[in-house]
Design a protein around this ligand. Structure first.
Ligand code: PMV
Length: 320
């Protein structure tokens, strides 16, 4: 069978950094995110009895070695749930520019999980898909449900999954991404999670998480953009403090990243309300209310950033 699925990337407002269980990718804390309308992966999967291995291409490049292994391992996991043992031909395309520093693992593993499970004849619930996507890349579980999402940390394979808090249409906010760095990360997030515990600030971060999650969910329920923004910006700094104080330290921010962070604070003081968040890379996600996205885009251009992606909230993984 031949199936095509589309899945969005997502930006976390409350981040996942550190795991309770390495192999099962059970996070140390729950996280909250929004799917992105303009950063997505489209994946076509087709079973073929003549194949003697899975064949995978991403953006036209045929995978081999470690890259292929990671995908095949995930496909094996999906195959283990069915009698259909066929190998698959898998073609995946990202709409965002290659090497733009936008992680494709969330959208990639979400689209892969949906397309391959369907091609193998499985009919899984959203929760089951989220659990399986999590096994490929933790944050991929948040790209399965629609709109604004909570990934409940849970404590075992079956209790760690994401669900939709609100649909994409719930709140007109935008994520304007300033593309700062184009080179691949020096330390992958998979590796980085393992270092989190070595930071002296990690324990305090995890201890305060339940309270922080309650607060941001309240701000989301009230559509209180100021509270929402203040929490998400402080959260990004909190996570990067843990990263920078782990052993060895991880510096994902660079001088250009800091330039955007300072500019966002300045614009805010001048009345253009926006807040920043940053993942495991130098790009800055500027979160604003929908009406502000053009202004933010222009301001970013004025301070020298040419590559900018504007995202609205989006639905989760879907068959197309
Ligand atoms: O899913 P991973 O292993 O790529 O980890 C994602 C880590 C962050 O992007 C830094 C935070 C998050 O919650 O998305």
């Amino acid at each position: 069978m031949k199936v095509t699925a589309k899945a969005p990337s997502n930006i976390a407002f409350i981040k996942y950094w550190g795991k309770k269980d390495e192999n099962l990718r059970i996070p140390a804390n729950s996280s909250i995110s929004m799917n992105l309308s303009d950063a997505y992966t489209i994946t076509t999967a087709e079973t073929d009895e003549n194949l003697i291995n899975d064949e995978v291409s991403i953006d036209g490049k045929i995978l081999a070695g470690k890259d292929l292994e990671r995908i095949s391992k995930h496909v094996d996991l999906l195959r283990s749930g069915t009698k259909n043992k066929s190998y698959l031909r898998i073609e995946s395309k990202n709409n965002f520019p290659k090497g733009a520093g936008i992680a494709s693992s969330a959208s990639g593993f979400a689209a892969l999980t949906l397309a391959v499970s369907k091609a193998l004849g499985l009919s899984l619930s959203e929760k089951e898909l989220s659990i399986l996507a999590r096994m490929g890349s933790g944050s991929a579980c948040r790209s399965i449900p629609d709109g604004f999402v909570e990934w409940v940390a849970g404590d075992n394979d079956k209790t760690s999954y994401a669900y939709s808090l609100y649909p994409a249409s719930y709140w007109d906010i935008a994520d304007v991404i300033a593309i700062v760095g184009e080179s691949p990360k020096k330390v992958s997030s998979t590796e980085g999670h393992g270092l989190a515990e070595s930071s002296p600030f990690y324990e305090a971060r995890i201890r305060k998480m339940p309270e922080k999650i309650e607060k941001i969910k309240k701000a989301l329920a009230d559509k209180n953009f100021t509270d929402f923004g203040e929490i998400l910006e402080a959260e990004a700094i909190n996570m990067h403090s843990v990263m920078m104080t782990s052993v060895p330290p991880l510096y994902y921010l660079n001088p250009e990243t800091l330039k955007v962070m300072e500019a966002v604070i300045e614009w805010r003081n001048e009345g253009l309300e926006s807040y920043f968040t940053i993942d495991a890379g130098p790009n800055v996600h500027v979160i604003c209310e929908e009406g502000g996205s053009d202004k933010i885009k222009n301001k970013l251009k004025e301070i020298g950033f040419e590559k900018i992606l504007v995202n609205k909230p989006a639905e989760g993984a879907k068959l197309i």
